[in-house]
Design a protein around this ligand. Structure first.
Ligand SMILES: NC(=O)c1ccc[n+]([C@@H]2O[C@H](COP(=O)([O-])OP(=O)(O)OC[C@H]3O[C@@H](n4cnc5c(N)ncnc54)[C@H](OP(=O)(O)O)[C@@H]3O)[C@@H](O)[C@H]2O)c1
Length: 297
């Protein structure tokens, strides 16, 4: 079984590579965009790193040659002057899909987000929705996994949580009343491995979220309790935050924008959690937090 991964140096990619390297009979090609990303990948005889450029089809063909499954992980929430939703979430997906077609890849798995919709008024959700359509209309059996905030060592969500708790006090958007369904990155990797190794005759869109809904302010308190630390959670009015973000992101050509604030503060609600259909059990939120805290010490 050969699996090719794009965005292999992402926080999800690093976790997935370590899961796949522990399984027999899987050869993985880990596609990254730079030498420094190449250096950051876990070392294993079953992992072959490959440098890819999304505007260079030949580099993508080399990374995908002979692959049974492509897991397309490259993608962003926070734009910067080099990476926009158009380049990272749409153009890179289009290029990966074209290469998968050229290389006769049998299955594409795409990591999307809860709320993705090609008609959304929110530019991030729209770009992920367009990415989904590219994959689902590729003519190749495709699995779209819509995920919530991801929690595991090195994820952006875990990093901001740790920094909020470590400071002993934090101010969060709208007092952190929005509801999250944090998903453990180990659970996501298990789901990806199962899906990649399973049969792929049809296309599916799954929502895969963590076991427990929780308001962000309560998540901070819960992490604080595990660290035996009292955390004071204050509030930044959302409208004021959006105004500030609009100004600074325009000046910096990237960073937190009103679009990102809308994504962060949207309740993560799903119709059906796909963990049973995929055949994985979910880690409790408390155990996920314990793992993250242990990785920090
Ligand atoms: N983290 C979450 O909470 C979360 C939630 C829902 C969905 N997701 C999705 O899960 C996937 C992995 O997320 P992550 O948080 O692990 O990612 P991450 O650590 O932020 O890494 C982002 C990846 O995207 C690549 N990338 C950035 N700009 C690109 C561009 N213009 N063209 C091609 N590749 C580009 C990066 O490559 P370089 O290092 O070369 O820039 C890197 O491999 C993404 O598709 C993300 O949208 C994440």
């Amino acid at each position: 079984m050969k699996i090719s991964i794009t965005g292999a140096n992402s926080s999800v990619g690093i976790n997935l590579l370590s899961h796949l390297s522990q399984k027999d009979g899987i050869a993985t090609t880990a596609g990254v965009r730079s030498e420094s990303a190449f250096e950051s990948l876990p070392q294993s005889a079953s992992i072959k790193p490959a440098i890819i450029a999304y505007d260079d089809p030949e580099s993508l063909h080399q990374a995908l040659a002979g692959a049974d499954c492509l897991i397309h992980l490259a993608g962003i929430l926070i734009e910067n002057k080099n990476s926009t939703y158009a380049s990272a979430n749409v153009a890179a997906t289009a290029a990966a899909v074209k290469a998968a077609q050229d290389c006769n890849v049998k299955h594409i798995i795409f990591i999307s987000v809860v709320g993705a919709n090609a008609d959304s008024r929110n530019a991030y959700f729209r770009s992920k929705g367009v990415g989904e359509e590219l994959v689902l209309n590729s003519g190749i059996p495709a699995t779209v996994l819509r995920t919530p905030i991801l929690m595991g060592p090195g994820t952006a969500g875990a990093n901001s949580l740790i920094s909020a708790v470590s400071n002993g006090q934090t101010k969060v958007l709208g007092g952190g009343e929005y509801c999250m369904r944090p998903l453990d990155t180990d659970d996501l990797s298990q789901a990806l491995a199962k899906l990649a190794c399973g049969p792929a005759q049809d296309s599916h869109v799954y929502e895969l979220v963590g076991p427990e809904p929780i308001a962000y302010r309560d998540l901070i308190k819960k992490a604080g309790k595990l660290m035996e630390r009292e955390v004071e959670v204050g509030s930044v009015p959302i409208l004021m935050a959006k105004l500030g973000a609009a100004i600074t992101s325009t000046l910096k050509r990237g960073g937190i924008t009103p679009t990102v604030i809308d994504v962060i503060t949207l309740d993560e609600v799903v119709t059906e959690n796909a963990n049973e259909k995929i055949g994985i059990s979910l880690t409790s939120l408390e155990d996920t937090l314990k793992k993250i805290l242990a990785s920090e010490s």
